[in-house]
Design a protein around this ligand. Sequence first.
Ligand code: ME8
Length: 521
Amino acid sequence: MSQSGRTFLTTPIYYASGEPHIGHAYTTILTDVLARFARQSGEDVLFLTGTDEHGPKIQQEAEQRGVTPQELCDTMAERFGSAWERLGISHDRFIRTTEGEHKAVVTAFLERLWDRGEVYRGAYTGWYCIHEERYWTEKDLGPDETCPDCGRPVTHLEETNYFFRMSAYQDALVAHIEENPDWIVPDIRRNEILGFLRQPLSDLSISRPKSRVSWGIDLPFDSDHVAYVWVDALINYLTASGAIDPSSPPEERGFEDVSGSWWPADMHVIGKDILTTHSVYWPTLLMGVGLPLPRRILAHGWWVVGDTKMSKSLGNVIDPMALTAEFGSDAVRWYLLREMPTGGDASYTPERFLTRYDELANVLGNLASRATSMIVKYRDGRVPSVGGTGLADEIATTLESIRGDLDQLKVHAALGAAMDLARSANVYVEERAPWSQSKDPAQAEELDETLATLARALTVLCALFQPVTPNAMHELAGRLGLDGVPTIAHSTSVVLGGRSVAKGDPLFPKIEPSWATTDGT
Ligand code: ME8
């Protein structure tokens, strides 16, 4: 993925005010699958996720629950952490913006902006939506003074704020986007930002008076104000990269030279809702302190339920943990990543969930079960030591197309190609009819070839599916007598002849969903 052999991938840090739902799960699993593919191709990976813990939204939620903001954050960080563990997320670092190290990096960042003359004090008059944590001008508002994004009432503000001279970087940002066509993926999002940048860019308010918001990081140049939560949150990526050493004197903190750290990030994976903050605020802030920009931003689409927006008030939020408890994490991971075209939108329906689960069970699970059973039955559980090249062309074509899909960040297509290989292997079984070959001693060599080919196909599939269904593929590798899941590159050449194969319970067992008994779907 990168040229240096190191890949730094990030998810957004989620607000510690709500429960993880399938939207958060999707972003995190998508990043996990990219991280696992990168590790499989030999990259050293830093995969970062975490929680966004400051600002009025957290302050208000804590007040409503009758706990302190820190108590709320401790509870929710734990909730996100355990959700990710149950979903098999392989992150290397879980950052919390209330950590001492992060606070020190935010302070150093703001000090640097201040020292470089990038910040001025001014008056802010306008409207604010706490839910979206963003300002609106009068003309943006929806009917009856509501937020145009979420429809909630907005608050009128008149206060002193500190502003970052964001407008000074408009031309540099447009030039960067035009010179790097792959910087924002997909194109529709890149065009959206270029369209936005056709209007003059304003300066960015980066502070809140403590009289209104106390739950935040103090500004180093005015302790009556705290940092705007988005500025605080975006800097998490830099904190985790290890580029900045806030305990050193200002000129030695690492702003001049990031070599040896993980900065710049190779990819920020986000939802399309937070594109402006990541592709306008964040890069201009980085320009303001003189740091390199992230290499790529992948803004994926939106999950809706049926044809309705998912929301707490509608009571239709899909809980990924309930699905996981019922079907296992591999099933949830497969469904979310296979169903949503990377970058596009998708709709959750129980029917589609079951269709995708059946695909796992009936195509991949069935292949694994037939192939291992036949090796056990016809060859005493030993993979025959013959060529096993029956599906070599299909395997080569699949690997080639998966490489192309991953380069273009079309993860759903890469997974679809892997499933098609399992389909081809099932067709191969039907065509070769090993059950007939086994009855005719004259066809012993053909049977050896059939079984060795199936063992090879399963080994390659084991590597290809590992990033998305790691538990089942770990199990499959064991049944194939492998010493763990091979890398994709190694899967075509690892010696299989003579390995001892075992059969077992279905990798994806038949499940009667609990909802079928209640509403008949
Ligand atoms: O915005 N479909 O946090 P957040 C797809 N703290 N993805 C969805 C989704 C949906 N229906 N709903 C949420 C924040 N997401 C800030 C981020 S980063 C420096 C600070 C995912 O808890 C998607 O990735 O509101 C979206 O961008 C993110 O959750 C927003 O999470």
